[in-house]
Design a protein around this ligand. Structure first.
Ligand SMILES: Nc1ncnc2c1ncn2[C@@H]1O[C@H](COP(=O)(O)OP(=O)(O)OP(=O)(O)O)[C@@H](O)[C@H]1O
Length: 247
């Protein structure tokens, strides 16, 4: 007789995660769940520990205590390349783009399975061009010449050049003009519809309300509230108490 275990509802689960950076104790027991197929937002004041949480998930900082499970597997002792190898893509705040290389070369470097553009899945590339037309338009241009918004689009394109289970992105709308933010919202709505699970740090309220399914709010190195984004969006008193402002 064979037994099958159904996958957990949560693709990523952090329990009681502590992180130290040098002498500083930054995360003080983070509990966070990222439901499969949803877009989860990590909100919170400056310095709350959002970026440190993302970096800890990716193994860029080692958790000193607590558990991190991805797809049911303990990832707390894995190194960053092993974590990326589980089909988790991370776009840091500085975007990780190679300014001297062309957009094409940047994409090719991100496509681990391809040595030439012809080896990148053509349908996937066309899908990315549809999401982010600037990537196609500036294909042979140095990435360093792109605008901030176009760089951000390239960074997200690099993250999805191969199928991913989880996308982790630090403030995709940071510094973008409103029209670019709307483009980014449309692209993320399509990404969500494609079934990929997404964890975003995001300060832009419009972005958060339009796209968030679930939300976790951090303060002082802990998650102090977790729930549905729609509930937080409807509760101004809760927003004020958690974020110090109403969305
Ligand atoms: N390399 C480091 N060395 C020492 N302290 C750090 C380091 N990186 C972050 N910190 C501290 O850790 C705390 C959390 O920082 P983190 O960047 O995770 O916050 P955040 O919520 O992402 O904030 P922001 O919205 O400002 O990016 C802050 O007090 C910050 O000063």
């Amino acid at each position: 007789m064979s037994t099958t275990t159904s996958p957990s509802k949560h693709l990523l689960e952090l329990q009681g995660v502590h992180t130290h950076i040098g002498a500083y104790h930054i995360l003080h027991g983070v509990d966070l769940v990222v439901p499969r197929g949803e877009l989860t937002l990590l909100l919170g004041r400056n310095g709350a520990g959002k970026t440190t949480t993302l970096r800890t998930i990716m193994g860029l900082w080692q958790a000193s205590q607590g558990s991190l499970r991805f797809d049911g597997r303990d990832i707390s002792r894995l190194h960053t390349p092993q974590i990326a190898g589980l089909n988790i893509a991370y776009v840091p705040e500085n975007m990780g783009i190679f300014a001297d290389l062309t957009v094409k070369e940047n994409m090719l470097l991100a496509a681990r399975q391809a040595r030439t553009v012809a080896q990148i899945d053509e349908a996937r590339l066309q899908w990315i061009f549809g999401l982010f037309p600037a990537v196609q338009k500036f294909w042979n241009h140095p990435a360093g010449k792109l605008s901030g918004g176009q760089k951000q689009m390239l960074a997200v394109s690099r993250a999805i050049v191969e199928p991913r289970q989880l996308l982790i992105i630090d403030e995709p709308s940071k510094g973008l003009a409103p029209v670019m933010i709307n483009n980014m919202i449309d692209a993320f709505a399509q990404l969500k519809a494609s079934g990929v699970t997404i964890l975003l740090v995001e300060q832009n309220i419009h972005f958060a309300k339009r796209l968030g399914d679930s939300v976790a709010v951090m303060d002082n190195g802990r998650v102090v509230h977790a729930g549905r984004m729609a509930e937080l969006a409807a509760d101004e008193a809760l927003q004020r108490s958690l974020l110090g402002l109403a969305l």
